[in-house]
Design a binder for this molecule. Structure first.
Ligand code: F6P
Ligand code: MG
Length: 448
């Protein structure tokens, strides 16, 4: 079957066609709010653009505001989507994807904001924001303020977490296998709940971590609807190879990052634990090439976060920051971005549409996918029944053993027990979108 074509038994994509659906409300309310805030941010930075680029900076500022206002109008009046015109390296592929969507829709109507798949149009909005911010101000990250604010507002939680990590590391040599697995589970769950703190769901409103992340874990336990952490643990252990065994030089865990701010710190702490405990030798982080879904990590956010952690006036926090920087210097950690992460494709298309990235992921022993948007892409953002197998919803996407760490913020959820989704709908009608629930959902060879 050609990429993008829908096979027998594959449900339709979620879209705003259903009035009142979460997709509909997102496109009607949340996305225009995000655009309005972007316009405001650009306007407030006018002087900075002038200082850096003179009159050209001011013209670019005016142009960006006008293009973003036009974009908001197109969205609100359900206009057809427009081809990108900016001639960047991914422009052609976005335009081809639009044609693919058009073919699926048929020739009766044009791809548009409320008729096309929600996943596609939401991604497309972020790419149009990038197109609107032209040279010489094209390196301006319109979402930067929110991301840095989210980091500073979670300082107490970050300090608590780094202190905890330091304590664990002090006793690392003496830990029994059980203790190690207990710490692993805790830090995996901290990284999971770190995903509550994204700024897209709140349309940019402050959404940082205040409570101590470790102390909160017991009370959150019952909100984890699927917990395959044991499979993740077994996978890590089965791929541990003694140094110099000659089988493979590196055990590698890849983390497909989601949000900057507190969530990124939880991912770095988990990655540090994996390396310092000997569970993994290398960590590859995957981030975004341009500002995405308000709070997602770019290369700049990644480096900035480590620099800030190093510079903190707190012993354990700055110690962690220095440790992370030295992992990067030594190549134990590395940061990667690939245009596919900022494209609208379902991940089942990756092997055909980004074979180089698929091949890279195949080298990992485990791939952790952080967050809600990655879950939507893993499952194609389709109207699957809740009891459908995760494996079925992945539609052949299995580059390596993988695990989704996701708090639920969009109405797709698979892999539940029969009747579990229905029960949740009765008890808490907004369970799929209120960010209270989470999954640690694994797919890979079953190990004993
Ligand atoms: O609708 C909420 C939303 O914008 C979803 O589109 C998206 O899946 C989510 O927020 C972003 O969440 P996360 O940062 O966890 O991917
Ligand atoms: Mg995000």
């Amino acid at each position: 079957m050609a990429a993008g074509q829908i096979g027998y038994g594959v449900p339709p994509s979620l879209s705003a066609k259903v009035t009142g659906s979460f997709a509909y409300l997102t496109i009607r309310d949340r996305m225009p709010t995000i655009l309005t805030k972007a316009v405001d941010t650009i306007h407030r930075n006018k002087n900075k653009f002038f200082e850096e680029h003179g009159e050209e900076g001011i013209s670019a500022e005016k142009q960006a505001i006008s293009l973003l206002s036009k974009l908001r109008n197109e969205l609100q009046t359900d206009k057809p989507l427009l081809e990108l015109m900016d001639g960047l390296s991914d422009t052609e592929s976005w335009n081809q994807y639009m044609q693919r969507q058009q073919r699926q829709l048929g020739d009766q109507e044009l791809v548009s904001w409320f008729k096309s798949p929600w996943l596609y149009v939401e991604c497309y909005m972020y790419r149009r924001i990038q197109e609107a911010i032209c040279p010489p101000i094209n390196n301006f990250d319109v979402f930067n303020e929110g991301k840095t604010q989210s980091f500073f507002e979670s300082q107490q939680a970050v300090m608590a977490l780094c202190t905890y990590l330091g304590d664990v590391q002090k006793s690392m040599e003496k830990l029994s296998e059980n203790q190690l697995s207990e710490y692993f589970n805790k830090l995996l769950q901290v990284s999971l709940w770190g995903n509550k703190c994204d700024l897209s769901i709140s349309a940019g409103q402050e959404n940082s971590q205040k409570a101590s992340p470790i102390d909160s874990l017991p009370s959150l336990q019952s909100f984890i609807l699927v917990n395959d952490s044991n499979m993740v643990w077994l996978t890590l252990n089965s791929s541990r190879r003694p140094e110099g065994s000659g089988q493979k030089t590196a055990d590698r865990v890849d983390i497909v990052l989601d949000n900057a701010g507190f969530e990124l710190v939880t991912d770095l702490v988990l990655a540090d634990f994996l390396v310092s405990s000997g569970l993994a030798r290398h960590i590859h982080f995957h981030g975004k090439c341009f500002p995405w879904f308000v709070s997602d990590v770019t290369a700049n956010d990644f480096q900035w976060t480590i620099r800030q952690t190093m510079a903190a006036n707190h012993k354990w926090m700055s110690k962690s920051g220095f440790q992370w920087q030295s992992y990067l210097n030594e190549g134990i950690w590395s940061y990667h971005d690939h245009p596919f992460w900022t494209q609208p494709h379902e991940f089942c298309d990756m092997a055909a549409d980004a074979p180089d990235l698929y091949a890279t992921l195949q080298e990992a022993d485990l791939v952790l996918f952080k967050g809600d948007l990655n879950y939507r892409k893993l499952t194609g953002d389709r109207a699957w029944g809740h009891a459908v197998d995760f494996c079925t919803a992945l539609r052949g996407f299995e580059p390596a053993p993988l695990c989704s760490l996701r708090t639920l913020k969009a109405n797709v959820q698979v892999g539940l027990q029969l009747g579990q989704g229905e029960k949740l709908s009765t008890e808490d009608p907004s369970w799929m979108t209120n960010g209270k629930y989470a999954v640690i959902q694994f797919h890979g060879p079953k190990l004993e």
